[in-house]
Design a protein around this ligand. Structure first.
Ligand SMILES: NC(=O)c1ccc[n+]([C@@H]2O[C@H](COP(=O)([O-])OP(=O)(O)OC[C@H]3O[C@@H](n4cnc5c(N)ncnc54)[C@H](O)[C@@H]3O)[C@@H](O)[C@H]2O)c1
Length: 444
């Protein structure tokens, strides 16, 4: 299917001109109003659609229905405060909506195996409430073949036929957390479908958010989403591998990166860092589960997962962690977010913990105190100043703003303190250094 030709064919007049069904109370119902579903529902509201949500999380429902964002996603405070987007617990709400979009979680099982349970549960809950003429869009990130599974599931468990009296499309979410408000309008929307009517309806719906809607088949749409994420994951893994290679040779990875990228049009070497988060850490498994042998995707996983051990092992070549006071700056999976899910920082914490330090002080200003991370015992959340007071060793786990200034101040009063700074937030151009290096660098 050629995107160019099919897009033109599938786009008579304008997608926006196609009316949404008025026989329903809502134009769109989002099932699973988490980090993906809530911004989406609010953006549809902002685009003038009557949108509603369904979620099993009672606390989340309460927060949204009282006009507050349950997590940080810039740009949405005003829309949520209008309280026009309500999140309900009752799955029968789907019967009141022209379109239904499924955005529940799709983790991996403990083994490398896609976990379809949340999607199957949603299908079971909504099946009795589906009505003829509705559009169902799957938007969770899924393994290739999942939309076809949903098609067969719906045809087995309802009286409807896809493309005849019920419509189905796969419309992947490709936003980066923290950028949803802009990217839901600026990113082209891929729409996978098997019959034209489903495609037309899904394109009409997402055409209300974004100008470019790109039609394709189910599996291609599923793969494009996975390829986008896996590409980033492998790219970052390579940057992390280059970091370890440079370290083995006693070379400076940050300088090497700058030189490699400087005015060289074929280089886009990424910076080293902790690469994880709910999407990047698991999406490779949705393809890798079909491979019997170690491959590049599995190697990328291994490399990225190794970085906390790399930091601890190499710090131990310089100083001991045993009986020391250790600070960990940042705990979320990436800079500027309050999302702790699938962060590599708890893994770092556990490797530090194995050395039996006196104390591990975590400072993460984006989350409450105590830190809601049961895997490390929901520890106290220290302010940066308190965490760095009289500390022996600092690990920078997340590259939030403001850490360079805090490390400079540490360097002035405690120059011998060791810092493990994979992200180079101190701009010293070394992964391991003593805090006094910061003041020396500034004095140069
Ligand atoms: N977070 C991202 O930046 C991002 C980006 C692109 C794609 N994705 C994908 O989008 C999907 C959702 O991710 P997320 O980060 O929004 O997850 P999330 O956990 O924040 O949201 C999922 C929501 O679904 C709700 N839920 C679970 N089962 C339910 C049910 N049976 N009925 C109603 N609600 C139910 C949960 O309570 C939760 O609020 C995943 O497949 C993920 O891989 C995420």
């Amino acid at each position: 299917m050629s995107i160019e030709t099919d897009f033109v064919q599938a786009n008579p007049e304008s997608i926006e001109a196609r009316p949404l069904k008025k026989a329903f109370d809502f134009d769109v119902c989002i099932i699973g109003t988490g980090r993906v579903g809530l911004p989406l529902g609010l953006s549809f509201l902002g685009a003038g659609l009557r949108s509603v949500g369904i979620d099993v999380d009672e606390q989340l429902r309460e927060e949204v229905n009282q006009g507050r964002m349950p997590f940080s996603e810039p740009g949405y405070d005003e829309l949520v405060a209008r309280r026009d987007f309500q999140v309900l617990g009752d799955p029968s709400t789907v019967s009141r909506s022209s379109a239904v979009i499924i955005t529940v979680g799709t983790p991996l099982h403990n083994h490398i195996e896609t976990d379809l349970s949340q999607i199957e549960r949603v299908l079971g809950q909504i099946a009795p409430h589906l009505r003829a003429g509705q559009l169902v869009c799957l938007r969770s990130t899924v393994a290739p073949g999942t939309t076809e599974f949903v098609r067969k599931w719906l045809e087995r468990h309802t009286e409807f036929r896809i493309g005849v009296d019920l419509y189905l499309a796969f419309c992947p979410e490709r936003i980066a957390e923290g950028k949803a408000y802009k990217e839901l309008h600026s990113l082209p929307q891929i729409v996978g479908f098997t019959d034209d009517e489903s495609g037309m309806r899904a394109m009409a719906l997402f055409g209300r958010l974004t100008e470019e809607v790109l039609p394709t088949d189910f599996v291609t749409a599923e793969l494009v989403k996975l390829f986008n994420n896996i590409l980033r994951y492998v790219h970052f893994a390579l940057a992390n591998q280059f970091t370890m290679i440079a370290d083995d040779f006693g070379a400076n990875i940050y300088e090497a990166q700058r030189l490699a990228n400087y005015k060289y049009p074929r280089s886009f070497l990424a910076s080293p860092g902790f690469t994880a988060g709910t999407c990047l850490r698991k999406d490779f498994g949705m393809i890798n589960e079909w491979s019997a042998y170690p491959d590049m995707l599995l190697s990328a996983w291994k490399l990225n997962e190794f970085m906390p051990a790399f930091l601890v092992e190499n710090l131990l070549k310089r100083t001991s962690l045993h009986d020391k006071r250790v600070a960990v700056l940042g705990f979320t999976f990436k800079a500027g977010t309050d999302d702790l899910r699938d962060s590599l920082a708890p893994k770092l914490w556990r490797y530090i913990h194995r050395q039996l330090p006196l104390e591990i002080r975590i400072s993460e200003r984006h989350v409450p105190d105590p830190i809601p991370e049961p895997s490390v015992g929901s520890p106290r959340n220290w302010s940066v100043d308190d965490a760095l007071d009289d500390v022996d060793i600092v690990f920078v786990a997340t590259n939030h703003d403001g850490y360079r200034e805090a490390l400079i101040s540490l360097g002035k009063r405690s120059p011998d303190t060791w810092v493990a700074d994979l992200w180079n937030v101190g701009e010293v151009d070394q992964i391991f250094y003593q805090a006094g290096r910061l003041t020396e660098e500034i004095a140069k």
